[in-house]
Design a protein around this ligand. Structure first.
Ligand code: ADP
Length: 790
């Protein structure tokens, strides 16, 4: 039943049955009409709601900035529902923070606030946690039935709705509309609000995502640009300069710079800094009392919203309010701090921190590259300097000059005001060269006793390692006494001269500036010293070698004199012997021929012995004079058959062999190629060899003479089964006057010239003699002569 239709009349019983029927029909009609009107009204209202929602949807999804989206939602709520008091909260689940960026009270904006959602956020916090909407028609009646106590921001409102903003089942915020009137929102309003809340959630989330993507893109771009700028050079300073410039252009920071540690206690700003008015070399902050120092020491980045709240803040530029500092790492070492400052409070947030940390990471890589490159460059320069120095040292073998060069090249490697080279002689160091001293003459020859303690030279020699004195005079008082005092030495460095594992002396470098020498200097000087030691040792060896060679020269000259003398004696004696011998031979022949009268048989026998021995003697003398006298042009070389001189030689020895019990065997084909030779000299060669073969076969045996031809040669071998020759004698037997048994009591006669004559004659034929021999087995001498070209 929709309602009642009532008819009144001033008479009693004025209606009859028909009237009643008519009225009922009328009421039925009225009911239909009213029902229709109500339905129409409801439809109209739904339509309005839908239109409003559509409108809201259009509006709020057209913005992509979260702030804009929130403004639009508020505006739509005002237009569609006439709401003038509301707030919107955004929930950050990670930090559990509910931020209310939009608060409007009776149409007025209020400053934003932030609350911890699980703690102090009142009804909004409850909605975030539960995900349930909350409707209050009249606060006065319902406040004690609420799940949590409401937080009041201003004058208390009477009716309110707090709706969760939900995206894909996750609460991302709250929307609250309020009124100072009770029962301000009817069912239609509620429906509309629900719809708006759903749309708002999606729009806010989209805007958030968009903002996030845009921010990421911007960050990536900054990072990329900084990385490109930093990687465009391998120079440490330029890396920083280009990176800072790029950061400034992209991010428009007020103050930006990289600070680097200095002497452990300070941080110095790199000249690439931007925004500061003082020059970089004047910006120096204490390590212990500065934000950058803290970051450098802990390796942890820092965001400071208000620098006045940091007790160890180092006040530099007075306008600075907030600061962000991130460590710059090379490898795992923090080498500096990237520092940004702003004149606003809270100018930097977590996003900035992430961005600057990433930039610092890139910077670290670029700086590491620059550092590696520079080190590589420096090592190359060092290697080149050392190489040049070493080359200069090795160009001479004069010790004096070597010392000079060591001192001048050392200056190229490591600077000094004065320096000495000291050599070790009998546990004493002696100054043998120097430079830069006003009184060098006084110093040369000065010695340091190494057994006594106290002088740093001793330590260098003992440890065989460089020794650096920051300030020499207080350490060793001799530095302040003459003759050393004249050089006014303060910094001192001693470098051992190591040759292999032996230290042969040292270099001492002096500087008038205390604390000048660093381990780096020592490293370079040591590398140089090892080259210097080699040069010094070479010069010393060379000097020894020269002395030895002079001695040898002398000995050789003496030997040559002796040899000449011996030859002269031999020639003279032979000459003197020849005349009387010729006479002896002449008279013997006359006697034997009976020209001087008849001789008896016994005398004849004696005379024959004299003739035989005189012939041997004559042969000997001939041999002696022939020695050393066979120049190539005295030979008469023509094509001859080798058989001839061999046979002639054999003919003379048949009898001798027989007497010695030696059998002679000859294997000589008739068709051997001719050789180019002098028949008479070759007869001499084979005579000597056959003579030796018989002579050194004391127990008899076989002497075999063989001849054969090969490619361009003809060979004749004389083989015996005699005593043989020991290997140690083999290489000497062709020398003049050499005999295996040279004693006067020797078993076999001879003067040791036969084989040398053989050698000389065969050589003059451009042939060669070789020997194979085995003691006790026998010997084989082979003469090889070139065939005649026919
Ligand atoms: P010599 O006139 O003393 O024999 P040679 O110059 O002919 O001098 O020989 C030098 C030395 O070589 C000899 O003293 C001998 O010791 C050794 N010698 C030479 N020929 C033979 C050989 N056929 N067998 C063993 N020793 C030999």
């Amino acid at each position: 039943m929709l309602g009642t239709l009532v008819f009144y009349h001033n008479q009693v019983r004025p209606y009859n049955r028909e009237d009643q029927q008519f009225c009922r029909a009328l009421a039925d009609l009225a009911a239909v009409a009213v029902e229709n009107a109500l339905l129409h009204q409801e439809t109209q209202r739904r339509l309005r709601e839908l239109t409003a929602l559509h409108e809201v949807d259009l509006q709020i999804t057209s913005a992509l900035d979260v702030g804009k989206v929130l403004e639009t939602i508020a505006e739509q709520l005002r237009q569609v529902l006439g709401v003038a008091t509301l707030y919107i909260g955004l929930y950050d689940a990670e930090r559990d923070v509910l931020r209310l960026p939009l608060i409007i009270d009776r149409g007025e904006r209020r400053p934003q606030i932030e609350q911890i959602a699980s703690d102090s956020a009142g009804l909004a916090g409850w909605v975030v946690r539960s995900g349930q909407p909350l409707w209050v028609d009249d606060m006065l009646e319902e406040q004690f039935r609420l799940p949590v106590e409401a937080v009041r921001l201003g004058e208390a409102t009477r009716s309110l709705a707090v709706l969760p903003l939900v995206v894909k089942g996750v609460v991302v915020g709250v929307l609250s509309v309020q009124s100072y009137e009770p029962h301000a929102f009817d069912a239609g309003d509620r429906r509309l609000l629900d719809g708006i809340a759903a749309q708002a959630a999606i729009a806010i989330e989209n805007a958030r995502l968009y903002q996030e993507v845009t921010r990421r893109l911007a960050q990536t771009r900054v990072l990329r640009e900084v990385m490109l700028a930093a990687a465009s050079t391998l120079d440490f300073d330029q890396v920083l300069e280009r990176a800072c410039e790029t950061l400034q252009t992209l991010l428009r920071v007020e103050y930006l710079g990289v600070v680097l540690p200095e002497e452990g206690k300070w941080l110095r700003s790199h000249p690439s800094m931007i925004g500061y008015s003082a020059p970089a070399d004047q910006i120096r902050v204490p390590m212990k009392k500065s934000i950058c120092g803290r970051v450098l020491q802990t390796g942890e980045p820092m965001i400071v919203g208000d620098v006045r709240e940091v007790p160890y803040y180092h006040a530099g530029v007075p306008e600075v309010r907030s600061e962000l500092a991130v460590p710059v790492r090379v490898g795992d070492q923090v080498i500096g701090v990237l520092n940004v400052e702003s004149s606003r409070f809270n100018a930097f947030d977590a996003d900035d921190l992430a961005l600057y940390s990433a930039i610092a990471g890139q910077l670290g890589v670029a700086l590491e590259n620059a550092h590696l490159y520079q080190r590589e460059q420096q090592q190359r320069r060092e290697a080149e300097t050392l190489y040049r120095a070493a080359q200069a040292l090795t160009t001479t073998l004069e010790l004096r000059e070597v010392l000079d060069r060591i001192l001048s090249e050392l200056q190229q490697v490591v600077p000094y005001d004065s320096a000495t080279v000291q050599f070790l002689y009998d546990n004493q160091l002696q100054i043998i060269g120097g430079r830069g001293f006003p009184n060098l003459e006084e110093l040369l020859g000065f010695t340091f006793d190494l057994s006594g303690e106290g002088n740093p030279n001793g330590e260098v020699m003992r440890t065989r390692a460089p020794v650096i004195l920051e300030d020499a005079p207080p350490v060793y008082e001799e530095f302040s006494r003459e003759p050393h005092a004249a050089a006014a030495i303060r910094a001192w460095m001693g470098i051992p001269l190591l040759f292999g594992d032996r230290s042969i002396g040292m270099l001492a470098l002096d500087k008038r500036e205390p604390g000048f020498y660093t381990p780096e200097h020592a490293r370079l000087a040591l590398a140089f010293a090892s080259q210097a030691a080699i040069a010094v040792e070479n010069a010393r060896l060379y000097r020894q070698l020269e002395e030895k060679s002079a001695e040898l020269d002398r000995a050789l000259r003496e030997l040559q004199d002796l040899e000449r003398l011996r030859n002269e004696v031999v020639q003279n004696v032979s000459h003197e012997l020849r005349t009387p011998l010729t006479l002896i031979q002449g008279y013997t022949e006359l006697l034997l021929a009976g020209d001087l009268g008849p001789i008896v048989e016994t005398h004849k026998r004696a005379l024959e012995v004299i003739r035989e021995r005189a012939a041997t003697l004559s042969q000997l003398i001939y041999n002696l004079t022939a020695l050393g006298k066979i120049p190539h042009d005295t030979l008469v070389l023509h094509p001859i058959r080798i058989q001839e001189p061999v046979r002639r030689a054999l003919r003379n020895y048949r009898l001798v062999a027989q007497q010695a019990g030696v059998r002679l065997e000859v294997e000589m084909p008739e068709d051997l190629p001719r050789i180019l030779g002098d028949g008479e000299y070759l007869r001499l060669v084979f005579s000597h060899l056959i003579d030796n073969a018989i002579k050194f076969s004391p127990g008899g045996g076989l002497v075999c003479v063989q001849a054969w031809a090969s490619e361009q040669w003809v060979h004749v071998a004389i083989q015996d089964q005699g005593i043989g020759i020991a290997p140690e004698h083999l290489e000497h037997i062709f020398e003049r006057f050499y005999q295996v048994d040279g004693s006067t009591t020797r078993r076999f006669g001879g003067m040791g010239i036969g084989l040398s004559l053989v050698w000389e004659i065969v050589e003059a034929h451009r042939g060669r003699v070789t020997v194979k021999s085995e003691p006790g087995e026998g010997s084989t001498f082979t003469v090889t002569l070139p065939q005649a070209q026919e």
